[in-house]
Design a protein around this ligand. Sequence first.
Ligand code: ZN
Length: 461
Amino acid sequence: MAEPERRPPRPFERILARLDDSATDDGRQMHELLSRLYPICRSITGDGVRRTLSMAREYLPIEVHEVASGTRVFDWTVPDEWNVRAAWIEGPDGERLVDFADHNLHLMSYSVPVDEVMALEELQEHLHSLPDQPDLIPYRTSYYRRNWGFCLPHNLRQQLPQGDYRVRIDSSLAAGSLTYGELLLRGESSREILLSCHICHPSLANDNLSSLVVSLFLARALAAEIEAGRSPRYSYRFLWIPGTIGSITWLARNREAAERIDHGLVAANLGDAGDFHYKRSRQGDAVIDRAVALLLRDSGRPHQLEDFVPFGYDERQYCSPGFNLAVGSLTRTPWGRYAEYHTSADNPTFVQGQYLAESLRLYAAAFGLIESNRRYLNLKPHCEPQLGRRGLYRAIGGGEDGREKELAMLWVLNLSDGDHDLLAIAERSALPFNSIVAAAEALLAADLLRPVSVERDQESP
Ligand code: ZN
């Protein structure tokens, strides 16, 4: 019997192989882009989001959508567009003490225009600082209640003298639109995998420019594979949207497309040094939930699996009961659990290229796993087929490696009854998913398996 026939490499395998060769380079390039995006003042609407997407378009032809203020989206309304030109506080002696031009976190997002002189006591009601982290500037927003505010280091706040302060916010809150980016990369099937991340934060790096750059680089790599004629099975939809209102807006405008989403991930916090965390979808045992869990198991690295809660990022909307999509959230350290979160310390120094590259690799591996997760039927189910006669022992040397390959083949043969997919076989056998895939391919080449129909393949186990 001939050696198992080598099938053409699949797109994610090629992406992963290339990442293994060039992880440092990818990490460096992602970090460079993140550093270029960092100074832009983004919010849930406005020119900062447009500039961000136009920089992302240097890498890929992302489609940019504009949805008019006032548009009803389920129970919400697309808000007025916010833009800011300048904002500062001048002290009693005319010195500029806090200036948006120095750091965009100094201004509370969605602050209304102000031009007033007021006493320190009155100003204090509009100041935000962190007594426990007195050197950092906090991040504050007031999207849906008209207000204004400044954020500053607590140390500076404590030194403010009594007297009259001039407060100037040159902003506009007016009818305009909400902007988001979208890219659909078509595979063999119209069924979709979703990757969504929020792009509404101003100068904050891990939350969430890290995910913007990781998802952009993954989309670019996949687009290059498709361009070269190596299509994935699934179609891939990438969304770069303002948090909450962006996913609500997308879902309201794309109810049919949402029905095509079989698996999805919400990406955030992908550039810190922390372990990976996976928050399951509302379904809890969807293929994406099991795929990511298995991948993290196979990685042998510390990680955390957590159940769905209706709090967090845009998975809240994708997993709302009317949609109940199989969308989990894969992050490094989750929101709110690192000291730098939502402060000026979440900057490009906090995020590192090597961690971005690891995250990119894990996302590619997760989608690669789903791509190669098939169901097969054992064509010789009455007792074990004789593997030696088919040359399937030939590649096996002595030792553990050979034993694992043999065991993987026996598991695949035993559980390929049409009900178990390769993921289920990897779970039950406790063998690495890659070993199970390799065994299935060897058995397929030896005519001991055949794939079940694609429709059957897409059913949940
Ligand atoms: Zn955030």
